[in-house]
Structures are given as C-alpha cells and as structure tokens.
Design a binder for this molecule. Structure first.
Ligand code: ADP
Ligand code: MG
Ligand code: ZN
Length: 474
C-alpha cells in the first residue's frame, strides 16, 4: 500500500519587542539572570491588571501581511485555564474567538516545484515561564512569562518533512528581515500534527501531535519517525493509533505518548474581561502596511541591482538591524555598495578584534554616514576613515570632531606630499639601494614610511603616483 503523510503546524514565535506583552518588564532579549525581568503583573500577584503592548499588535499584523492573511479589524483576548508551576496566573492569555489574522497563504519552493500552504490563523498570546530541574529540586524562572508570542497555525497542507523545513526556513528569514523575531533556537517552537492516509484517499487518518520542538533537525527526525510509526500501524496493525499528544526524545529519536489530546472544553476558555477588544481602523492598518518591510526577494533584488555581493545580500536579508542601518545610511546619501562594505567588512572587523559579532554593532546611521561622506568627498582617505570608525564603534565618539582632534582631516596638497616623499627617500638610502638591486619589495617599505609620515592623511592614489614617479627617476 502507498501512503501519504499529512502535516499541519502550529509555530510559536517570540516577538522582538522591548517589553513584555502586558507589562513594562523587558522583553525576550533583556534578561541576564533568572527572574531579572519580573513584576507583580507578570508574576500573577493578586489584583494585577494587564495593559496591552501596542507594538505586539503591529508586529502580529505585519506577520499576517507577510503571510497574505486577512487582518481582523476587531480582535479580542481569552483566558485559557490550566495549572502548571510555570504559569503563575493558572491561565494563559491567548486568542480563541477573534484571532488577529486569518486565511493566509504562503508559497514554498520545494524540489517538487511550488507548493501552496494555507495559513488558518495567527493569534497573539503570552509565553509561559521556564522550569529548571536540578536534582530533586525544581526552580521556576519567570523571565519568559508574558513575553509576547504569535502562534501561526497552518491547514494540514504539508506532505513531507522537506516541505515543513522549507516553510520554517522561510518564516525564519521573513521574520528576521522584518524585525519581527530573531527566531534563534528556542524563540521559534513547533507543534507538529501528523497523520497518514492511503494515497488517493480524501479522508484524513488519525492524527497525533508532537509538542514543542525547537530545533529544525529534531522536527525533521520526529516527522520521519512518527510517519513511519503511523504507516507501520496501518500496514501491519502493530498498534492502534489514537489521537494523542506525544513528545520527541532527542536521544532515542522516538516519540512517546504524553497525554490524550486535550479538547477545547478542557481549558474552560472565556473572554478576558481585563482587556478591551482591539479595533484596528483603516488609518492604523495603513500605517502598519506602509512601515512593512519590503519582501525579502524584492529587497535582495534591490541590493543586487545596487551591486552588492550575494554573500553580503544573504547577511543583510536575514538581519533586520543591519539592513535597516544600511538603508538608513543610503537614505542619507551614501552609496549602497560602499556602505555594505563599511558595515559588513569594516565594522565586522573592528568588532571581531574585540571578540564581538555584528549582532553587537551599535553605531548610528548618522555617524556611519558622516564617516563615509568624509571619505567620499576626499576630505580624508579610507585609512583615516577606518581609524575614525574604530573610535566610533569602540568609544562612540563624534566622527567629525574626532577627525579634527586627531589631525586626520588634514587636506594635503600634492606639493606637501612631494616634500614628504623627498624626505622619506633621503632618509632611507638602504631601501633605495635595495630597489636599485632589484628588490621590488623596498617600494612597499617606502610607501609605508610615507603613509606613516602623513599620519593617514592624503589621497592614497596621489601618494602612490608621486612616489612611483620619483622612484622611476632614481
Ligand atoms: P485543535 O483545535 O485540536 O488544536 P486545529 O483544527 O486547531 O485542532 O488544528 C491544529 C493543527 O492540526 C492544525 O495545524 C491543523 O492543520 C492540524 N491538523 C488537523 N487535522 C489534521 C490531520 N488529520 N492530520 C494532520 N494535521 C492535522
Ligand atoms: Mg490548536
Ligand atoms: Zn512584568
């Protein structure tokens, strides 16, 4: 018998907001130590009241627009009741009746051609805390409690693990480029619903749900294992399939039953009367639409047209912070291709020297564009620009002032350069001797000495030209 695998996904994504969804505690990337970001509201103290974070709605709508969803103009929150030690209120605030986005669609490029997957809905909710088990003790960390999530629910439209991975990678690069989420491991978690049916059948088989996986590798292995288990059960009647929730064990590569599938009634959902319904009017929706980042493909094409290399494009479209910095610098009148090099090569180099990565880059578009403009206008050469960049990245100095204070803006005319070169030649008889004896390397040493005398000022091309002319007369 030939079987077809049917998969539907529920993907939770932690949003990159500065604060939590219903209080002003720091969001996803803030905490350093356990329980750093906790207040009476998100730790469920009596009498606490939630206050909606507007940014969460805007990011959820942006995600919906990217996934071609209908945006609800009226959206509400519900309480989902269950007890667990990582949930201090004993209910989770989520959306059941009026989710923020519905009826979307995303096209996947797979090895079998293009595949469309329908998005059933996107809803907003709060994350739960984290339990940490050490020996016979368990600790609870509320930093993650009330961090905003969107949950993206697809229709059962996937037919293979490959399609699922294409989808997840697409979500990830979309959300990263759109500043919705960094989607690092743990910030994107998936429940995989899976069933198997005879090929050609139009009825779905019994489905199981594998909960809460955060690595793509685990998701792929779990799907393959679970699909095979279903097929064996149907083919050889090895066991009876029941609708249930399972967990994937990374070590054995198998799934294990956790509990019978809970139903909606188990959670006693009811509207959260502490939160007003949210109305999204035309004006607000237009604002969100116009701030929506351009689609990745469109953006990549724009960078390509500007002459930016493929490797750099890949870095830019998967990192909202960097592409925004580049776009802002370009908007201030700098050239896109040069700016990409300044950011992705020069800034990266400075950070690497300090053991940091580009994710830690903290430079304003104003300062970066000021440096690039000084170089482009010929006020300083690129080496001087780099010196200024180091001071800006490391000490956040003002580039123009720093340039003046350190004498880097000395515009040097050809006459001055000539006399410095004459001096260098006079002071390096050995190098001249070497050069006469055919040691071309000596040229480089002389050039270096000139650059040192000029302290990074002057146009490199002009210096080289004059030096070359002088040496050819020797
Ligand atoms: P529930 O309310 O039980 O969570 P939903 O209708 O919300 O059920 O569906 C949850 C997920 O399960 C969705 O992603 C959906 O696509 C998927 N799903 C539903 N039926 C099946 C099935 N027979 N096989 C695989 N996935 C399924
Ligand atoms: Mg569900
Ligand atoms: Zn709080």
């Amino acid at each position: 018998m030939n079987y077809e695998v049917v998969i539907g996904l529920e993907t939770h994504v932690e949003l990159s907001t500065e604060s939590k969804i219903f209080c002003s505690c720091g969001g996803h990337s803030s905490p350093k130590e356990a329980n750093d970001c906790v207040c009476p509201a998100c730790s469920g103290m009596p009498g606490m009241l939630p206050v909606m974070n507007k940014r969460v709605i805007e990011l959820a709508v942006t995600a919906g627009l990217m996934l071609n969803c209908e945006i609800s103009r009226y959206t509400t929150f519900d309480k989902k009741n269950y007890y667990y030690p990582d949930l201090p209120c004993a209910y989770q605030i989520t959306q059941l009746n009026h989710p923020i986005c519905t009826n979307g669609c995303v096209t996947l490029k797979t090895s079998q051609g293009n595949r469309d997957v329908r998005i059933k809905q996107i809803h907003m909710e709060e994350d739960a805390g984290k339990l940490v088990h050490e020996g016979k003790f368990s600790f609870v960390d509320f930093n993650r409690t009330s961090v905003p999530l969107i949950e993206i629910v697809t229709q059962p439209d996937f037919r293979s693990a490959e399609e699922v991975l294409v989808y997840l990678n697409k979500l990830k690069s979309m959300f990263r480029s759109g500043g919705i989420s960094e989607c690092e491991e743990g910030a994107m978690r998936c429940d995989v619903n899976i069933s198997v049916r005879e090929e050609g059948s139009d009825k779905f088989g019994v489905r199981t749900e594998i909960k809460n996986m955060s690595s793509f590798e685990a998701i792929e292995r779990a799907i393959k294992y679970e699909a095979q288990r279903h097929m064996d059960a149907l083919e050889f009647e090895t066991e009876e399939l029941v609708q249930e929730t399972r967990r994937f064990d990374d070590v054995s590569g198998k799934t294990f039953a956790m509990r019978n599938k809970e139903t909606e009634a188990d959670y006693r959902y009811f509207p959260d009367a502490n939160l007003m319904p949210i109305v999204i009017d035309d004006e607000w929706l237009e604002q969100i639409k116009s701030a929506k980042p351009v689609e990745i493909d469109e953006k990549a094409q724009y960078y390509r047209d500007e002459g930016i290399s493929e490797k750099e494009i890949e870095m830019l479209v998967t990192n909202h912070k960097l592409s925004k910095l580049l776009d802002d610098v370009v908007a201030m009148g700098c050239n896109a291709k040069d700016t990409a090099v300044w950011i992705l090569t020069d800034c990266a180099g400075v950070l690497r020297k300090d053991g940091k990565t580009l994710n830690e880059l903290d430079v304003t578009a104003e300062k970066l564009s000021a440096i690039i403009k000084m170089v482009d206008s010929g006020d300083i050469n690129r080496n001087a620009g780099k010196k200024i960049l180091i001071a800006v990245v490391e000490e956040n100095v003002d580039p123009v002032a720093y340039c003046k204070e350190n004498g880097l803006d000395r515009k040097v005319d050809a006459g001055a350069i000539e006399s410095i070169i004459d001096n260098v030649i006079a002071q390096n008889p050995q190098a001249i001797e070497d050069l006469k004896n055919g040691k071309v390397k000596a040229k480089q040493a002389l050039f270096g000495a000139c650059m040192k005398e000029l302290k990074g000022a002057g146009d490199v091309a002009v210096i080289k030209e004059i030096l070359k002319a002088k040496l050819s007369n020797i």
